[in-house]
Design a protein around this ligand. Structure first.
Ligand code: TXA
Ligand code: MG
Length: 305
């Protein structure tokens, strides 16, 4: 199917992707159409080896090569100078292309068998929460895509961390499934340039990405319960649970306060809370360390108007 320019949802360790042959402009166009994604928001190209990545991008910085060698396959995307062969549509006309090797055996096998670079954004309608299970994809995009490759539940649950070089420094453009602390252990201090705008010159996540349809409030949970007394509430917590009460649905990201487990549950719980018969969703921020930083980033965006 991919060889014929069709769309296939692929499992990765971070989230499910909506994939097409990155070298086939028509196929890439249909990704944007299926997702209702604006053309100024570029796509990540997935490959199965560093050697293949070098066919599509220049590894002109040793620190990025070191990161690739250390963390690929894994939840890390690198922004690298693109080679001619990658269509401008994939990068929204930018000179750099985002590349990663995903860590999922089925998708790695698919990449090897087809020998194609696969352009794939997260397989959700533009602006909504990313899918971590095949059922999430089927529910929202099922009628728009040709095949969903079922690879079970994504093992990390947050999109990849995006890194690149700017002004000679390694910069992080999106917090994600690879913790900054792990990156810094390998190449030293990095700069955070987390983008909150929809400026076409500097693509990145929109401030209100991950927006559920129900209002979501961040803050102290006990206070939130008082403020929203009388409403039907879904609550996303971490560790301690509030005293059970009527009209409250509790989603505990991790009873043991494990940040990896919380990452794994986050998008599923955001969806479940959103689908519940409640008036609003309350949640609290997690410790700002490890994957907690990426989780907090997603919660803040989900809460943004
Ligand atoms: O984990 C992931 O990264 C998943 C899986 C499927 O690989 N993909 C994913 O793709 O999250 P998407 O399209 O939902 O998010 C990609 C982000 C967007 O914020 C986009 O603006 C940024 O990467 N991006 C892609 N190419 C870029 C480029 N050339 N320059 C700057 N930002 C880029
Ligand atoms: Mg996305």
């Amino acid at each position: 199917m991919l060889l014929k320019g069709k769309l296939v949802a692929i499992p990765t360790e971070t989230v499910y992707g909506l994939a097409a042959n990155a070298l086939d402009e028509k196929a890439v166009l249909s990704i944007f159409e299926a997702k209702q994604r604006p053309f100024f928001d570029p796509l990540i190209v997935h490959v199965h080896s560093i050697e293949i990545a070098k066919k599509y991008a220049d590894f002109n910085d040793e620190r990025l090569l070191k990161l690739a060698e250390t963390f690929w396959p894994g939840p890390l995307t690198l922004l690298l100078p693109k080679k001619e062969i990658i269509p401008g549509l994939v990068t929204s006309g930018l000179a750099k292309v985002a590349v990663r090797i995903p860590n999922h055996s089925l998708t790695l096998e698919l990449l090897k068998k087809t020998d194609l670079p696969l352009a794939a954004p997260s397989a959700n309608p533009f602006g909504y929460v990313s899918p971590t299970e095949p059922g999430h994809v089927a529910k929202q995009l099922g009628d728009k895509i040709d095949y969903i490759l079922d690879g079970g539940r994504s093992a990390v649950g947050l999109e990849s961390t995006i890194a690149g070089i700017e002004d000679g420094n390694v910069c992080i453009y999106r917090l994600g499934g690879l913790a900054i602390e792990d990156i810094e252990k390998v190449i030293g201090k990095v700069e955070l340039r987390i983008n909150n705008s929809s400026d076409p010159k500097a693509p990145g996540q929109l401030k209100n990405h991950y927006a559920p349809s129900k209002p979501l409030f961040i803050g102290n949970l006990s206070k939130g319960l008082k403020d929203h007394a009388g409403k039907r509430i879904a609550m996303i917590c971490f560790g301690e649970e509030p005293v059970p009460a009527q009209n409250i649905k509790v989603f505990n990201l991790s009873k043991e306060k494990n940040l990896n487990e919380a990452a794994l549950n986050l998008f599923k719980f955001l969806r479940l809370a959103d689908e519940s018969k409640v008036d609003c969703v309350l949640c609290e921020l997690l410790p700002d360390e490890g994957l907690g930083r990426a989780i907090n980033d997603r919660l803040r965006r989900a809460a943004a108007k």
